[in-house]
Design a protein around this ligand. Structure first.
Ligand SMILES: [Zn+2]
Length: 309
């Protein structure tokens, strides 16, 4: 059993706070209309339902195991599950849903046994997802409005209900920092999409913001007032920091993406060795520079080296 904290934020809108390993995991439950935002993992969702009751509708913000993993459990109990149609596409593809969490083509950066065990773990937590309905653009349902907010993954959405915005992993501040296991850079699969999302969210004014995890700053489950602006600004600055570090690293010498990702997280200050999801952000940075004509790719047989021109 995992601890579940339920707290009313604005009228009828509740924070549902729990834990995913050594990281905080947040959801939002709009009690009046029975809409739950995100579904946690297979292992956590039952404790959530015990704490809040059975929702009528669940909206999955993106296809990662700690947000989409409870979809089958909820569907089995008669809850209607909705996601963006791109997220549904990922969730229904066994191969791709692993890919959006770790690009399989980079498995050679890691010990094979580690990769196998993490993929197994990911699949166990996400199960066989069920999405009954999908949408593109804007979803409006029972007083909840969800908007496309790509960047963390394609198909990521943020949802707003009665002055509370749930950003899940769409906005990541400076990453999850200082946790024993999960010290991380922001995980972004498209830098351009992520920056567009941050700019879009800047123009929306809300009373409170609930991030998906304890992203800094201020690593609180609920942000209010200036904390909201600070969180979005820090997210922007963190991406600029990663882009600058990436450029400096790639100006030094041509290197593989494995080396690049290792250098990137070390320079950023992450206190652990290379981890799988760091490859997603590293690849997004390479794409960002390639799109701008700045990346040099040197291929020799199966190996690709990357450098800035
Ligand atoms: Zn995620």
């Amino acid at each position: 059993m995992v601890e579940v904290i339920v707290k009313e934020l604005t009228s009828g809108v509740n924070l549902v706070g729990t834990y995913y390993g050594d990281v905080e995991l947040n959801m939002v439950y709009v009690k009046g209309s029975g809409v739950l935002l995100d579904t946690a993992t297979i292992g956590i969702i039952e404790d959530v339902v015990n704490a809040i009751g059975l929702p009528k509708v669940a909206i999955v913000t993106h296809p990662h195991e700690d947000h989409a993993g409870g979809s089958a459990y909820l569907a089995n109990r008669g809850v209607k599950v909705i996601a963006h149609d791109v997220a549904r596409g990922f969730l229904y593809s066994n191969l791709v849903n692993v890919d959006s969490f770790f690009p399989l083509r980079y498995r050679r950066c890691f010990d094979q046994e580690l990769v196998e065990s993490l993929i197994k773990d990911f699949r166990a937590k996400i199960g066989s997802p069920v999405i009954h309905e999908s949408f593109r653009g804007v979803l409006r349902i029972n007083g909840v409005e969800c908007l496309e907010a790509f960047g963390h993954t394609s198909g990521t959405v943020v949802c707003i209900a009665n002055g509370v915005m749930f950003t899940s992993d769409a906005v990541q501040g400076s990453g999850i920092r200082g946790s024993k296991v999960t010290d991380s850079i922001p995980q972004v699969s498209s830098i351009d999409d992520y920056l567009n999302t941050l700019n879009m969210l800047k123009s929306i004014s809300v009373k409170m913001l609930v991030p998906g995890h304890n992203y800094l700053p201020p690593a609180k489950r609920v942000l209010e007032g200036d904390e909201i602006k600070e969180f979005i600004n820090t997210s922007m600055n963190s991406i600029n920091k990663l882009l600058n570090l990436g450029r400096l690293i790639l100006e030094e010498r041509p290197m593989t993406i494995c080396e690049f990702a290792s250098e990137l997280i070390r320079e950023y200050g992450v206190k652990r060795g290379l981890y799988l999801q760091a490859l997603i952000t590293a690849e997004a940075i390479l794409k960002y520079y390639r799109r701008r004509g700045l990346l040099r790719v040197i291929k020799e047989g199966d190996v690709a080296l990357y450098a800035i021109r």
